[in-house]
Design a protein around this ligand. Structure first.
Ligand code: ARG
Length: 459
């Protein structure tokens, strides 16, 4: 049988395979609440403008609420023949209220309808991501507060570089997650314009009030160009891009947690709640949650690349290619939010092992730079020469199998005569971090100032 929505010019219905490739109801049913909200706003506006009668608008509005409750109760008869959520809702509305249902689509197309629904959905995801990030930031902040002066090795190339504090390391992620928040907020602000009323692509001859529907749906204003309104998916691309960057940050922290929880590091202990065992090796405690968070960037970036690839080269205005936007965004959003929640929980329940971190910071010649700086300051050497002298001292200590502060003063003086007893004070890791007082540096005072700035920002 020909389609009930546009059957007029068709003699037969679609091939079964056509129906399978064409239908989106299997996934776009997730937009039901946004679709009904948009339709209710549209119907109310049509009546306010005298385009349909108040009675019809009331019947439509109430009928749509019945549809909403049927879907929420799980007894809505979804139909693949009706392609997508838009036509499923409208067909059911017709069953429920009869003729007035046919007036809902006046001055509207599925093109502006789907663009509206999807914007509303992605807008909610921006808010959810922001919320998840705030919880995660709070978890990192309390770790930072507890360990503002706990010394750990800082790394470059994953080789011991200079001592830093646990608080400083945590606050580095707070900064990254803070920028992620601003990216989602920024994307949300830009996407918050209404496509509704753009109709198929050219606008419409009906005297629609696009300001009114924009306002009813919480948008700041109607989109200014009807072609753009139905063609644009950059709001989804921005959401995916912000998600990808955020997922990279999550992945890097997850990787550090995997390394730090290993028997070779033991910087952190993960709570039982976030660990798994092995079915064969009784001693195992595996950081599966961290590993899965580390992996999420794969699918999130995959979704981002997929939608960029779908959109490139599409002529204006709507093409059915754009129906492929939804599954990518749904999947990316679901997994980003799950990863954010898991990281927030894991970090809250994590124990940082102060003694192990401090012991690791004290080995590996982590204060060699402090020694070179001492030679500049106290012995008046140019930094390059100080670097060379220190390198010789490190080689000496390495040959003896000891740390820098285990070398005797005589041994040090054999490399450079200007060295005296006071050098030992800069070789300790606590003195090292305390000396890094530059703005944003790892000195505990600086770390506490960073924490205070963030707490103020969040309050
Ligand atoms: N299901 C469609 C989508 O997700 C709705 C828009 C259909 N528009 C059209 N001209 N066929 O993109």
């Amino acid at each position: 049988a020909a389609n009930s929505m546009w059957g007029g010019r068709f003699a037969s219905g679609p091939d079964a395979i056509m129906e399978a490739i064409n239908a989106s109801i299997g996934f776009d049913r997730r937009l039901y609440a946004q679709d009904i909200r948009g339709s209710r706003a549209h119907a109310a506006m049509l009546a306010a403008q005298g385009i349909i009668s108040d009675n019809d608008a009331t019947a439509i509005g109430e009928g749509l609420l019945t549809v909403l409750s049927e879907i929420e109760a799980g007894n809505f008869p979804f139909s693949t023949a009706l392609e997508d959520i838009h036509m499923n809702v409208e067909a059911r509305l017709k069953d429920l209220i009869g003729e007035p249902a046919g007036r809902l689509h006046t001055g509207r197309s599925r093109n502006d309808q789907v663009a509206t629904d999807f914007r509303l959905w992605v807008r909610d995801q921006c808010d959810a991501a922001t919320e998840g990030l705030h919880a995660l930031i709070r978890a990192a902040l309390s770790q930072a507060e507890a360990g503002a002066d706990w010394v750990m090795p800082g790394f470059t190339h994953l080789q011991t570089a200079q001592p830093v504090t646990w608080g400083h390391h945590m606050m580095a992620y707070v900064e990254m997650f803070g920028r992620d928040v601003s990216r989602f907020e920024d994307a949300r602000r830009r996407m918050n314009e209404s496509p509704l009323g753009a109709a198929a692509l050219a606008g419409t001859g009906y005297p629609l009030d696009r300001e009114a529907t924009a306002k009813a749906l919480g948008f700041d204003r109607p989109m200014a160009n009807s072609l753009d309104a139905v063609s644009d998916r950059d709001f989804a691309l921005e959401f995916l891009s912000a998600s990808s960057i955020c997922a990279v940050h999550l992945s890097r922290l997850a990787e550090e947690l995997v390394i730090w929880s290993s028997a070779q590091f033991r910087f952190v202990s993960m709570s039982d709640k976030w660990s798994t065992g092995s079915s064969i090796m009784p001693q195992k405690r595996n950081p599966d949650a961290a590993e899965l968070i580390r992996a999420k960037i794969g699918r999130i970036l995959g979704a981002t690349v997929a939608l960029f690839t779908v959109m490139k080269g599409l002529p204006l205005a709507y093409s059915k290619d754009m129906q492929e936007d939804k599954e990518q965004v749904f999947d990316a959003a679901d997994h980003l939010l799950l990863a954010l929640a898991a990281m927030g929980g894991m970090l809250s329940d994590l124990t940082a092992n102060r003694a192990n971190m401090e012991a690791a910071a004290s080995s590996g010649f982590s204060t060699a730079t402090d020694l070179a700086d001492w030679l500049v300051r106290e012995a008046g050497l140019p930094f390059r020469d100080a670097h060379h002298v220190t390198g010789s001292l490190v080689a000496m200590a390495e040959a003896k199998g000891c740390d820098l502060d285990d070398l005797s003063l005589t041994e040090m003086q054999s490399v450079h005569a200007g060295i005296n007893q006071s050098v030992y004070s800069v070789l300790g890791v606590h003195n090292s971090v305390a000396s890094r007082q530059s703005y944003g540096g790892t000195a505990p005072d600086q770390v506490r100032a960073q924490i205070a700035r963030w707490k103020e920002k969040l309050a």
